[in-house]
Design a protein around this ligand. Structure first.
Ligand SMILES: C[S@@+](CC[C@H](N)C(=O)[O-])C[C@H]1O[C@@H](n2cnc3c(N)ncnc32)[C@H](O)[C@@H]1O
Length: 243
């Protein structure tokens, strides 16, 4: 019986390998486009949720929930948040009376207390008792609680006398306040004439406020712009209380 050339073993092998190659290509194409679709959907969800979260905080500013306090000291945050670097630029010295407004877990309070020393005072203010408890633990573990006074209070009505503070700090706080200009006006009240306010903002914070807006609010509240350091991702603005 004649065997057609198509049935030759070599031809069968090459047909088979061609088919296999096409199947592999189709599967690869399918997997790749599936993965790309998945990635695009994931990125879309992430961007969408961030936009929704930030718009929500913008429309209705609110304090960061104290249950998220651990994030304030997360190693990822500490990569760009270095209290020593920031306070070095602001200029804190022994014997000063300073304020950490919206102190959270006390990351900056501790460093401020170390810089002003036992002859100085740090007023650490926060709306949430649980945040103050974290900060108290932190400063006492660092052995600097003697020079820290804690106040559970809103920034809009500070329990501090007029013209009593040399330097005030607001890190990742301003965007959480419902009435920014009023709050800044209150901060100016407690500052000594010509004293400094440092406002620092970071992009991962859902309540992030961009520098041009912060400068406008501060100038409206009677502060004089004193300079900007860092990048839009994480910046610090120095302001002077006008007399
Ligand atoms: C994102 S955390 C930043 C904490 C700290 N400054 C830091 O950078 O690690 C903001 C803090 O501001 C506090 N806060 C928000 N609104 C406040 C207000 N009106 N008065 C006082 N504290 C407030 C919150 O309770 C929270 O502890």
């Amino acid at each position: 019986m004649a065997i057609s050339s198509e049935s030759e073993p070599g031809t069968i092998r090459s047909n088979l390998s061609g088919t296999l190659e096409r199947v592999t290509q189709n599967v690869t194409r399918g997997v790749t486009s599936g993965a790309l679709t998945g990635l695009a959907a994931g990125a879309g969800l992430l961007v969408g949720s961030q936009v929704a979260l930030r718009a929500g905080v913008w429309v209705q500013p609110r304090p960061m929930p104290h249950q998220q306090a651990a994030w304030l000291e997360h190693p990822l945050r500490l990569r760009y948040r270095k209290p020593g670097d920031l306070l070095g630029k602001v200029g804190l010295f022994a014997g000063m009376s300073v304020a950490d407004l919206g102190c959270g877990s006390g990351l900056f309070t501790q460093e401020m207390a170390q810089r002003v020393g036992e002859t100085g005072t740090v007023h650490a203010v926060d709306l949430q008792a649980q945040m103050i408890a974290h900060a108290q633990q932190r400063v006492s573990a660092a052995g600097v609680s003697k020079q820290v006074r804690f106040h559970q209070s809103g920034i809009h009505t500070l329990p501090l006398p007029d013209g009593s503070i040399d330097v005030a700090l607001m890190v990742a706080v301003l965007g959480e306040l419902p009435a920014r200009v009023l709050a800044l006006d209150e901060v100016r009240r407690v500052l000594k004439p010509g004293a400094r306010l440092a406002i620092s903002e970071e992009l991962p914070d859902p309540a992030y406020a961009p520098a041009p807006l912060v400068r406008r609010w501060a100038e409206e509240a009677g502060f004089r712009f004193g300079g900007l350091t860092g990048t839009p991702f994480c910046y610090t603005m120095l302001l002077f209380a006008e007399t």
